[in-house]
Design a protein around this ligand. Sequence first.
Ligand code: RIB
Ligand code: CA
Length: 318
Amino acid sequence: NMRKIPIIMDCDPGHDDALAMLWALSEPEKLEIKAVTIVAGNQTLEKTTRNALRVLTFAGVHNIPVAMGADHPLMRPSIFEEGVTEMVHGQSGLDGPAMPEPGFAPEKMSALQLLIKTIEESEEKITLVPTGPLTNIAALFLVRPDLKEKIERISLMGGGAYTGNWTPAAEYNIYVDPEAASIVFNSGVPIVMAGLDVTHQAYITREENEILRQKGGRIAVFAAELIDFFSRYHYEVEKLPGCTIHDACAVAYLCHPEIFVEKQCHVDIELEGSLTAGTTVCDPGNYEGKEKNATVLSGVDREKFAELFIEAMCKLDK
Ligand code: RIB
Ligand code: CA
């Protein structure tokens, strides 16, 4: 079986971030979460931090360091202060299930300091799992490019080869901070990109969510209630056939790569376009002949994904 992978999750909880974190916690024989760093994205930094601490507290985890990172993109105006994402994640950023208040405080150090400390202290190369805007990861590479060689790869949720979900051409995480995404995609560190092409296939149906709820464990019911809230936007606004657990793809790929369809290709980020800023420009046809810096996920066995997701939520209840 595979060697345990040490990871750092960089997230903006967010319902799907929370589910991705729970999935990572449910596979201790495959993944070890060394640290959790927080970025503003779905909500302000205060709210995404509080949400991460509440999820970890609910899951009975108090020994993973959590540190607060960027509350603003590197250089563009932030788009989340106006509460634009409240229709997706609610006023708290994690509306739906009842949750405890945080059972522990974030570290005094910043996310950047925690990223540096964790990577420096690790004997093994670290895998980064960002599921929000890439501001913290870009800052790490700007301040300590020497640490790139201690990073195995970056398995991220973001972008889309053929579609956007915040503008016609750009996906939210990349659109919030395109400059940060450009720094990350051009860092030379291997990227696994779980973009909308695959995450729109990675959905849980109403029936599957009822199966999850019937499992009855507290984590299973909690996950089902997160999906109850999160799926409203998917059914009512995005008219999707199920609730896409976008961020969970970045974790699921590390544990079960065999259920995904992938293609090595060059990806770069559009920074200038008035219509296309934040677009992940993917070149699967290799027209440019540039370095294939990313493994782009283009498909997933949806039934297997749903089955493994439900299994993961139930494992945590053991
Ligand atoms: O576009 C989907 C992404 O934006 C997900 O990471 C979701 O949590 C939001 O951050
Ligand atoms: Ca997210």
